[in-house]
Ligand binder design. Structure first.
Ligand code: SAM
Length: 198
């Protein structure tokens, strides 16, 4: 499995496909472990790297993962198959915002890692799907230090503006959401971990 993960990292580098960074991985794995989910929902599969990490960490869990790019989804299916996880993983192809309302059942862990300008929509979209005490982790919420903290005071440059403003909106939303407690871990590009308290 380690060899397959190294191959995936090399593949992602060669194809310039963003996957969970080495810096963010420990936070991700710790959060999955703590959530101890039976069902996992992921928005943004890419090549299936974080999905494989989560399934390896949680041997009894299943994952539903959504990817809008067909060719990436097919690559992810092939890697998941090689990891021996094909029976535990459903890769759905399409825009997460359109697929979310069609899903049923509850998820104990949700990983938001798709279009950053849609994070507030994703947060609202996953609410009906959360199990009691579910955990929602969202990657890249500090986007290159532009979202908050030192260095984020300047008006973001045009190409990043919508994304940065939506990420700020996401952080406001999760921090003020009744019944949730949110921590933002700075590792990597920043990961917001929102725990449902009941
Ligand atoms: N979670 C993956 C990992 O760590 O291995 C990386 C995901 S990558 C950062 C983001 C992925 O989200 C891209 O493959 C992109 O095609 C996909 N994506 C972007 N917007 C999306 C949307 N609205 N619905 C579904 N997938 C989307």
């Amino acid at each position: 499995m380690d060899e397959l993960l190294r191959e995936m990292e090399a593949y992602a580098r060669a194809h310039e496909t963003p996957i969970l960074t080495a810096a963010a991985r420990p936070v991700f794995l710790r959060t999955v472990r703590e959530a101890s989910p039976r069902r996992i929902l992921e928005l943004g599969t890419a090549i299936g790297y974080s999905a494989i990490l989560a399934l390896r960490e949680m041997p009894d869990a299943e994952i539903v993962t959504i990817e809008r790019d067909l060719s990436l989804a097919e690559t992810a299916r092939s890697f998941l198959c090689r990891a021996g996880f094909e029976a535990r993983a459903a890769v759905l192809v399409g825009a997460a915002e359109e697929i979310l309302p069609t899903l049923s059942g509850r998820f104990g862990f949700v990983f938001i890692d798709a279009a950053k300008s849609r994070y507030p929509d994703f947060w609202r979209g996953v609410q009906p799907l959360l199990a009691p005490r579910a955990v929602v982790a969202a990657d890249n919420v500090l986007f290159r230090g532009l979202v908050e903290g030192e260095g984020s005071e300047a008006w973001p440059k045009h190409s990043y503006r919508t994304m940065v403003l939506r990420l700020r909106e996401y952080l406001r939303l999760v921090r003020s959401a009744p019944g949730f407690r949110t921590e933002v871990f700075p590792e990597g590009d920043g990961m917001a971990v929102s725990r449902r308290m009941e």
